[in-house]
Design a protein around this ligand. Structure first.
Ligand code: ZN
Length: 299
């Protein structure tokens, strides 16, 4: 390659690499600045807006939101956001502390949804709404409304994307039901890591016999008595598999699986989504991925 061309191509490549490396600290490019708290919320926002907005998802794939704390970079991103999309109900409570300097519009996507009660150990409502596609369809509407108000010049694009994605979610709802229906009725019993699948099991006719970690958060530790009771319930109900999650340490779940001599599936998506390229980095892909793993283990 002639030297002059090499120098010229470096002049193009190097700044491009620097920009890519800087990520969220790159200068304002005029796009709407949107923050999503957790991976499912971020994926729904991406489905509506694509690259039309500058989307920052605080909790990345594979990270447990219940344990998350905002860092200094997150605080800057939040303070600078024009729209903040949150799930609420405790799963993204880390946001609350960082909100005092924010001037952007705060949108709570679970407002107006029909919510499950949290189990006895917890107070309030179960936050894991995204495991029922009907909730995702409603949340897409809320995102569409908020983004269209904040960036009306892109409203037509948002609307077209939202309607297309809602059609996709309706199709996935039917597909997941068909997959779960292949499990014999007597086998539709699950033990999960924490109580993240109430909306999913209610929608598709499965029963959660027990959870390894008590409650809808991941921060509690099971006592020896709780583990013993779970082992007993698994034996009594003939549960065929324990489902641990991609974002939770499966240590205790593994112990229970060994003790009861049943199978463990350790990569269900409870609070997180798959890494980019996994096929489960979208909400529809995550729902299908979970359904296939559950059906395969319980059939
Ligand atoms: Zn959770």
């Amino acid at each position: 390659m002639p030297r002059i061309i090499r120098v010229l191509s470096l002049m193009i490549i190097v700044p491009a690499l620097l920009l890519a490396a800087c990520g969220e600290d790159t200068p304002d490019d005029g796009r709407l600045r949107v923050v999503a708290t957790i991976a499912p919320v971020g994926a729904l926002a991406h489905a509506v807006a694509g690259d039309t907005i500058r989307l920052n998802v605080l909790v990345k794939a594979g990270v447990d939101p219940h344990e998350y704390e905002v860092n200094a970079a997150d605080s800057r991103t939040i303070a600078n956001a024009q729209v903040i999309l949150r799930n609420d109900l405790g799963v993204d409570a880390f946001l609350d502390k960082a909100l005092k300097n924010n001037k952007g519009t705060l949108v709570t996507l679970t407002d107006g949804l029909t919510l499950r009660e949290a189990p006895e150990e917890d107070e309030g409502k179960d936050p894991h709404v995204w495991h029922d596609p009907r909730n995702d369809i409603a949340m897409v509407d809320a995102i569409l409304k908020a983004l269209s108000a904040a960036a009306p010049e892109h409203a037509a694009t948002f609307e077209a994307n939202a309607r297309q994605y809602q059609d996709r979610l309706r199709a996935v709802d039917i597909e997941v039901k068909a997959i779960i229906d292949t499990i014999p009725a007597a086998n539709r019993k699950m033990v999960t890591d924490h109580d993240a699948f109430g909306y999913f099991t209610a929608r598709y006719g499965l029963t959660v016999i027990g959870t390894v970690i008590p409650g809808t958060s991941t921060s509690a530790e099971p006592s020896a008595a709780e583990i013993a009771a779970l082992v007993q319930a698994i034996r009594r109900e003939g549960v065929r598999a324990i489902f641990a999650e991609s974002s939770v340490d499966p240590k205790v779940a593994k112990r229970v699986a060994e003790e009861t001599n049943i199978r463990i599936v350790d990569d269900l998506y409870g609070d997180s989504l798959g890494a980019p390229g996994s096929g489960a980095e979208t909400v529809d892909g995550m729902l299908l991925s979970n359904a296939r793993k559950i059906a395969e283990a319980l059939r």
